[in-house]
Design a protein around this ligand. Structure first.
Ligand SMILES: [Zn+2]
Length: 316
């Protein structure tokens, strides 16, 4: 059994250190003694930063309900929200970068205008994670859920297949024989396609479907561990059955494992009607907004659209 574990069936007590948001700088670095903080700061080229950290230690062990974890994670917007989530579930589980990763990130920092340089960092143990890394992963989750929502809408006939291009995905000009596949906002999806493949007509639907499957599977379905338990039933032919209990040592896999359930069970998804949000969320009853804050913001926008940069037609 691993040192830390998150049960994916949810009934037993999981074991992991909870975390909270704090500021780490060169001034408190030695005093706090947080492993890996220096490596992360080096990675980001900063002397000080906001981190999610397991130091100071608060508590270990908790019963967590994995169902809904992906939705909850995708809705995090503020540092306060991230802090609350980390208080409940601990760190994501991205390894402290070694020298090779530090060099890679440093190099990529100049190539990307956003935090796409976090894409390939290995999953593993760490004592702290930069808040930028959290925001990157939250955004990734929002994008994947939006892609999922678009694919449902296309299948329902509520969205045109052609809208996938540019509204959701774009193909960048080829460099060295391959093209990067980008999200609508220009950030990298983490995938590239062969230039010659892309010269033919691009099938964006196939591209989107493949991207969704790969994204969800690469984190949510790898390195999931099992512990078998025999349950005595007294019934023939064996008199017992075997149940598998699944767990993962890393929160990020638990989150993606939940996303895998969402997608494979075809769970419905809705888009928040607040024009300033439009994030995917799981609807309860007749809910139109992803949160109370969005409900209030939408109300303010409806009252005075111009003030928020919208037209009267948009809010009708
Ligand atoms: Zn919203």
């Amino acid at each position: 059994m691993d040192k830390f574990y998150y049960w994916l069936d949810g009934k037993e007590e999981s074991f992991f250190p909870t975390a909270s948001v704090l500021e780490i700088s060169e001034n408190n670095l030695d005093e706090l003694k947080i492993n890996g903080a220096k490596a992360w700061l080096d990675c980001l080229g900063k002397h000080t930063g906001r981190f999610v950290s397991v130091v100071p230690q608060e508590s270990m062990g908790k019963i967590i309900i994995p169902e809904g974890l992906a939705w909850e994670f995708s809705k995090l917007k503020t540092e306060e929200g991230i802090n609350k989530f980390a208080n409940s579930y601990g760190l994501l589980g991205i390894s402290t970068p070694g020298q090779a990763e530090i060099n890679k990130v440093k190099l990529k920092r100049d190539l990307y205008s956003d935090s796409s340089y976090f894409i390939d960092l290995p999953i593993g143990q760490s004592d702290c994670e930069p808040i930028e890394l959290w925001r990157f992963h939250i955004k990734q989750m929002q994008r994947i859920l939006k892609l999922y929502e678009a694919l449902i809408s296309i299948h329902k006939g509520e969205m045109e297949e052609s809208e996938l291009e540019d509204k959701l995905l774009a193909v960048k000009e080829p460099i060295g024989g391959s093209c990067q596949i980008l999200w609508w906002d220009g950030s990298w999806t983490g995938f590239t396609a062969d230039e010659q493949e892309m010269e033919k007509e691009v099938d964006f639907l196939k591209l989107a479907q493949g991207l969704l499957a790969l994204k969800v599977n690469s984190i949510g379905n790898q390195d999931i561990k099992m512990i078998p338990e025999t349950i005595i039933t007294g019934k023939p032919p064996l008199g017992f059955t075997i149940k598998e209990w699944k767990y993962t040592p890393h929160l990020i896999r638990a989150i993606y494992h939940d996303l895998w359930q969402v997608v494979s069970n075809n769970e419905p998804v809705h888009i928040c009607e607040n024009l300033n949000c439009k994030l995917p969320f799981k609807k309860v009853k007749r809910q139109k907004y992803c949160s109370n804050a969005c409900k209030q913001e939408a109300f303010r926008i409806r009252k005075d659209p111009e003030k928020y940069g919208f037209t009267k037609e948009q809010v009708q």
